[in-house]
Design a protein around this ligand. Structure first.
Ligand SMILES: [Zn+2]
Length: 107
């Protein structure tokens, strides 16, 4: 995956400079993750790319979102809601739609 800096920044901005999954603010290091694992989906388009903190990306690896959720819920011992779900972030056509108002209070 070869992205320019401006593409990386655009992807980061789509989740309001937060990890797409856990919602932690990203200050310096982050990784670009294939939302649908590339090994299974072969989808390398920008619509499938999200900004992830390093711990989330490491845990998610090439898991589907449902398998990733199962691991996080097991570790936390309770149901979780991902950042992108809370805000209803939908990526389409290289840009992003927010179904809910971005509200920084929950994360
Ligand atoms: Zn994270």
């Amino acid at each position: 995956m070869c992205l320019t800096n401006s593409q990386r920044i655009k992807i980061l901005n789509q989740s309001n400079c937060r990890c797409f999954y856990c919602g932690k603010p990203i200050e310096r290091k982050f990784e670009i993750d294939h939302f649908n694992p590339f090994s299974k989906s072969r989808d390398g388009t920008v619509d499938n790319l999200v900004a992830s903190c390093i711990p989330c990306n490491k845990t998610k690896s090439d898991l589907s979102i449902d398998d990733f959720r199962a691991i996080v819920e097991k570790a936390k011992g309770e149901p979780i809601i991902f950042f992108f779900e809370y805000y209803g972030i939908v990526k389409k056509g290289g840009s992003c739609v927010y179904m809910n108002t971005l509200n920084e209070q929950m994360f």
